[in-house]
Design a protein around this ligand. Structure first.
Ligand code: SF4
Length: 356
């Protein structure tokens, strides 16, 4: 075993985080946890992981479920394409692999939604393959440790990082080694100023010796997310509220209220009519909400109104009880709360809302 692996694993044996998905040899559980952990904090994932595994304890039960139920269990965790892909992947494993995940990173990459990171994590943790698993933490630690200063997102930088991790990976315990790198990156070799005095690899670290750890990894500056301005409408008929299932890539399969992008020349009432087939009756503001996605921000004004007429497809009416069973994204949380609370007194019927 090389010196870095020996020192890192000795540290890991003393300091490993105790996490519900660790210490179990179950490739499916590793798949679920690693999918949930992408872009998401460990503390947030714990409850979702427990609920998901309780409802879908194995690949077969996940494959048999409907997408709505899978998305409902994922509600609030964000990045819903992960849930849809996990579901599709489970069906693929049932159809093509007899219900058992393949054992190598190369084969795992052929499953829907399993990219190089997840494939490396499953293959190393569940099947003991010497496979690299490059997440943000591992990229940061490896860039600093090995002094890799080229753009970590460029293909050549990526290849160097992967080769460096493969060089360090020991024959024994490759899964623990990968998880140790992740733990080091999350607790000690953190973004910004790392805690080098607590690091078991300080004596072997290129960036520590060079004094430039804070500037690594070399990542291009991200563009700020683009702001979009929306009016979100809670449209009511009796005790029912209007929603539709999104087919767009963003939040696909989740249920949303009517949304009108602000800034168009035509009035709100006419645009609601074209969007839903309904005539607005009265309108009252219900506050504002903001939701940040990776590449965009939705800045939303919420409105409550009655609506007359027949709703056009794909719009559907839901009672509060029915709405509670739908998978509704966190972006719609404020609107959902408003929809579930009584409608405020609306302005006079027939009000001219064309300037909103
Ligand atoms: S010495 Fe510092 S920069 Fe180097 S790996 Fe350890 S924490 Fe990171």
């Amino acid at each position: 075993m090389n010196d870095i692996a020996r020192d890192l694993l000795a540290w890991y044996d003393l300091s490993a985080r105790s996490l519900p998905w660790r210490g179990i040899r179950n490739a499916y559980a590793t798949w679920v946890s690693e999918t949930m952990l992408q872009q998401t904090r460990v503390e947030t994932v714990k409850d979702y992981y427990a609920r998901f595994l309780a409802r879908f304890p194995d690949i077969a039960s996940l494959a048999e479920a409907g997408e709505d139920e899978v998305l409902k269990l994922w509600e609030g965790l964000g990045y819903y394409s992960r849930a849809r892909n996990l579901h599709r992947g489970a069906r693929q494993v049932m159809a093509e692999h007899g219900g058992e995940l393949p054992h190598t990173a190369a084969e795992l990459r052929g499953i829907a939604g399993i990219g190089p990171y997840t494939a490396g994590a499953i293959a190393s943790i569940a099947f003991g393959e010497r496979a690299a698993a490059l997440d943000g933490n591992v990229i940061r630690v490896t860039s600093r440790l090995m002094g890799i200063r080229e753009d970590a997102t460029a293909p050549s930088g990526r290849r160097r990082l992967e080769a460096a991790v493969l060089d360090m990976l020991p024959q024994e315990r490759p899964g623990d080694f990968n998880q140790a790198l992740m733990d080091l990156g999350s607790g000690i070799c953190t973004p910004g100023t790392p805690d080098c005095d607590a690091c078991p690899l300080q004596a072997r670290c290129d960036a520590f010796a060079a004094g430039d750890a804070e500037s690594l990894p070399n990542l291009p500056v991200k563009r700020p997310p683009k702001e979009e301005l929306w009016d979100v409408l809670i449209l009511r008929q009796g005790d029912r509220v209007l929603m539709r299932r999104r087919t767009e890539r963003l939040l696909q399969g989740l249920w949303v209220f009517p949304m009108i992008e602000r800034g168009a020349a035509s009035g709100l009432a006419g645009r609601v009519r074209r969007l839903t087939g309904l005539r607005l009756r009265g309108l009252s503001p219900r506050g504002e909400a903001r939701h940040v996605f990776t590449h965009k921000v939705w800045q939303m004004r919420l409105f409550d109104a009655g609506a007359d007429g027949e709703a056009a497809a794909p719009w559907q009416w839901f009672t509060p009880e029915e709405m509670r069973a739908l998978a509704i994204p966190a972006a719609m949380r404020a609107a959902r709360e408003a929809a579930l609370s009584p409608q405020r007194e609306t302005e006079a019927a027939g009000e001219d809302v064309s300037h909103i």
